[in-house]
Design a protein. Structure first.
Length: 222
């Protein structure tokens, strides 16, 4: 591979890694004032495409930020993702098992399969972790780690390892993201009371549509 092509591929993969980390932070916990402030200051793209439309929604919401914004977002997060106060209806719990098991329960086959992927790269969660391992933030973080390690393999000239990591990205994406996250995004849009989280859902779904293509292109480029 030419040096220019290698550098271009590294730049694309770094952007993909960063996007997965950004999305993981959106779903992991309620946002802090610091996170909200950082988002407010960012120059988010607002083109007409799906991801850009989501950014435009987020940017417009944050334009009206005030002292109550963090609390408003925390309440919406708890309602939508933690189903707080919703005793007879699930909103959008960010666990793969809930969306893929017949009885919509936690800690099902999807969780076990995700853990197997993590351990295949010797990536286990801390012993004191109490959150099911198929939480969307963990799955996004795992993809970011696969991309990071692929970048290291590319830098080292280890094309076999790079190809292996691209194959793992493809498999994990197909088996643990594409199969349920679009449904989660639809539920977030249906139940979120803030435009912010509806925008995040649009960003997420739009990115996954792009990522479906980018995984293959990254693999072929090497």
């Amino acid at each position: 591979m030419e040096q220019h092509d290698r550098e271009e591929l590294a730049e694309v993969n770094a952007a993909r890694k960063g996007f997965y980390e950004f999305l993981a932070s959106m779903y992991k916990l309620e946002l802090t004032d610091e996170q909200i402030g950082t988002l407010t200051k960012q120059d988010l793209p607002t083109d007409a495409e799906y991801v850009g439309a989501g950014y435009a929604t987020v940017k417009e919401y944050l334009r009206h930020r005030d002292s109550g914004t963090r609390q408003e977002l925390a309440v919406d997060y708890a309602r939508v993702f933690l189903c707080a106060g919703m005793y007879e209806q699930l909103m959008a719990p960010p666990y793969e098992s809930v969306y893929t098991s017949e009885e919509h329960l936690l800690m099902q086959d999807a969780r076990d399969s995700a853990v197997a992927f993590y351990l295949g790269e010797e990536l286990g969660l801390p012993a004191d972790n109490t959150t099911p391992e198929d939480h969307l933030s963990f799955e996004f973080q795992f993809m970011a780690k696969l991309i990071e390690r692929a970048g290291a393999a590319l830098d080292a000239g280890d094309e076999a390892r790079y190809a292996e990591l691209c194959a793992k990205q493809r498999a994990f994406f197909d088996e643990h993201l594409a199969n349920w996250v679009p449904r989660l995004c639809a539920d977030v849009r249906a139940y979120a009371q803030t435009a912010f989280y509806r925008g995040v859902a649009d960003i997420t779904e739009g990115f996954l549509q792009l990522e479906d293509q980018m995984i293959g292109q990254s693999a072929q480029a090497a």
